[in-house]
Design a protein around this ligand. Sequence first.
Ligand code: AMP
Ligand code: MG
Length: 332
Amino acid sequence: METKKTLILEADAQGFSAAGEIIRRGGLVVFPTETVYGLGANALDAGACAKIFQAKGRPQDNPLIVHTAEVFGLARLASVTPRAAAIIKAFMPGPLSLVLPKNQDIPAAVTAGLPTVGLRVPSDPAAYRFLKAAGVPVAAPSANVSGKPSPTSFAMARAAMEGRADAIIRGGDSRIGLESTIVRITESGLEILRPGGVSEEDLRAVAKDCLVRGLASPLPGEAPPAPGMKYAHYKPRAEVLLFPTGTWNPKMIGCAGKTGVLTLGEKAAPLSGHVLVREMKSVEEYARRLYAEFFVFDSLGCDRILAECPPEEGLGRAVANRLLKASGGRFF
Ligand code: AMP
Ligand code: MG
């Protein structure tokens, strides 16, 4: 791939204005959001969106989520049914993407030929200022090379996208740290295609009378409901091995190579230069720090990461989902 000169833009009026200009000219801008950093292009420009797939090495059949600054921008891009309107009202702006029947303005390059489009309105103030400055809807997947963990800080975004994007906005750390919850609406109710920043419990509390189906899995022989499901995801360089919550045993560390350990709550661990232990006080902290800790462990040359798989409730479901993908489902 050809290497680009990447501008670093400050998160100020001048920086956002320059970023908006780059988007309108068909370029790629990395921008912060509350979930993870995104790699954005003008969603109405098929040529600009094609560059996203090239920069990430993303499979062509994996659609992009379209971002707008404000909720009222959504109705121009998709058919908003009354049920969709209720979800939008409850969770947007915020860490939720809603899959809806797309309007004709959205090029096939964005949706990988699907008749539906994933839509999101971030709540992060810097994302808002960037999207306002762009003045067009912005198609953006996470700003990582395909298959790798998503960046949740400026340093991670820069390490992933310098030379690939036209500009990177120097934002802060992502407040949530995991990707959005993807929801689609079917005749029988709501279906979660990817667990994320909004939990199944949050959705049930709002959907009430309507059925909420947990993470949908493709039936044998069926196309996955979210094309991204079939690909490897979130994998650091180090090998990831999981252990079920509450089953910590320091003997798991063994003596082979340098090991990073992620635990939920305090654990007695051996003091050794070959073992780096990071204790997460809550699942929220686990979500926020997961990819950043992967990045640090990789930077420090860890061979292996041992990670506690949290209970499958609330935000724990999203953390467990990313850990299962990162490890290829391998438990100690
Ligand atoms: P990323 O932006 O990298 O977090 O990936 C976006 C995810 O959204 C991918 O896993 C896609 O499969 C999913 N997605 C985007 N648009 C749609 C859609 N129209 N229908 C189903 N899934 C979608
Ligand atoms: Mg991604």
